[in-house]
Design a protein around this ligand. Structure first.
Ligand SMILES: [Zn+2]
Length: 291
């Protein structure tokens, strides 16, 4: 009898530890890593492959990243063409690990290029809190599909997180309302804030094209200087990943001030290390500089 009890106990603990094995999630964006951690809670182990504060446009997975992906239960991507290496990830997992392209399920805005054919999908969808609410739902569905027996936990976590995002959105709208509509003009060193601009009624004047590494032509800079003067733009913004040299030229020639650093390519560091912290930093920096 004692032996039987012991065996039963071992079997039960074996089952319990199997069930408690966390779901392995590989997130290729610090924003998605936060969503997965918040919605997954204690049921997931999230690897954030693209460090906060680094340039996701330049990111390439290392062999160690591919090794982690091969053992993952779910891979999360921003999509909208941000991850040019998606083929490598699928290859690494032998097509066996579900790859959830979260951004593909969200509405797209487009970046105009030099010609009509050159227009590109803007991948920076997370600057819209509304998109974040949708993304959290998409990730939640992905987690439930991977582990249906935890549906109750994931749904409850999703509700808490969504409630926080709703409160954040309310705060952002009140803060932006401090700024008259004719002062909502954004000049930044790479075109990453279209979703933000659409949500809060700003016009965007980008210095360069899609990526921080692109250098603007002298013609582009001259046009921008003219716009800033004509539109009476009070401040321009540097970014986490871009070279602020051109911005300094602009401030020297137009009298606009440098409005501060924005986190545009993912979560930041310190207080901006969470989505809410990052959004609060960006909204406050923008509104206070343009007021
Ligand atoms: Zn970017």
């Amino acid at each position: 009898m004692r032996l039987l009890l012991f065996s039963l106990f071992s079997l039960l603990t074996a089952c319990a530890s199997f069930a408690a094995e966390p779901l392995r999630v590989s997130a290729f964006s610090s924003v998605l890593a936060e969503i997965a951690s918040r919605v997954g809670g204690g049921e997931v182990a999230v690897t954030s492959h693209v460090p906060a504060g680094s340039d996701p446009h330049e990111f390439e997975p290392k062999p160690s990243d591919l090794k982690t992906v091969a053992k993952a239960d779910l891979v999360l991507l921003s999509a909208k063409h941000l991850e040019g290496y998606v083929g490598k990830l699928k290859e690494a997992s032998g097509g066996k690990v579900p790859v959830l392209e979260v951004g593909a399920q969200l509405p797209s805005l487009w970046l105009e290029g030099e010609s009509k054919n050159a227009r590109e999908e803007d991948p920076h969808w997370w600057h819209s809190v509304e998109n974040m609410r949708k993304a959290a739902k998409v990730v939640g569905a992905g987690l439930i599909a991977a582990r249906p027996e935890q549906k109750g936990v994931f749904s409850a976590n999703l509700e808490v997180y969504t409630t926080e995002l709703t409160a954040l959105q309310k705060w952002a709208r009140v803060k932006v309302a401090e700024l008259p509509r004719d002062k909502r003009k954004l000049v930044t060193s790479h075109d990453a804030l279209q979703y933000f601009a659409k949500e809060y009624g700003f016009a965007v004047y980008p210095v360069t094209g899609l990526t921080a590494s692109e250098q603007p032509s002298s013609r582009q800079v001259a046009d921008l200087l003219k716009t800033i003067k004509a539109q009476k733009v009070k401040a321009v913004f540097a970014e986490d990943t871009a070279n602020p040299k051109v911005l300094r030229q602009i401030t020297g020639e137009t009298g606009a001030i440098l409005g501060g650093q924005l986190w545009v390519d993912g979560l930041g560091t310190g207080a901006a290390g969470t989505y809410e912290g990052m959004m609060r930093h960006n909204v406050t920096t923008i509104v206070d500089a343009l007021k």
